[in-house]
Design a protein around this ligand. Sequence first.
Ligand code: SF4
Ligand code: SF4
Length: 120
Amino acid sequence: MFTMIKKVIQNIFFKSFTLKYPKEKANVSINFRGTIHVDQKKCIACKLCEINCPTGAIIVDPKKKYSVVDRDLCILCGLCAEVCPVNVIWFSNNCENAEKKRTEFAKQLPGPNPRPGKRS
Ligand code: SF4
Ligand code: SF4
């Protein structure tokens, strides 16, 4: 009981542990995987990323030589970037990806629709 009262008093007089988001931004590590990026122009369509993706989020078109990430399925695990032989998949630490509409969310990663008819 005493410990709890002590904590309450501390929290009244000292700076809070939480941030007042969105006014205050978190200091995110540069290594944090917040957003996936794919440089389509350099993709050689080897399909290694597609084979290794645990959620089936990345689809490669060998004819057109590009890989597309379905943002609804990607869990930002980083496996695709690890296996890519030409290092065209990378992550930025931007973690503010929330959008009110799924169509706006999809626009964050330009490219063809990986599953035509399934994305709204
Ligand atoms: S980060 Fe993980 S889930 Fe997302 S596309 Fe790459 S392998 Fe798939
Ligand atoms: S692993 Fe890299 S080069 Fe191969 S298909 Fe995927 S993005 Fe393209």
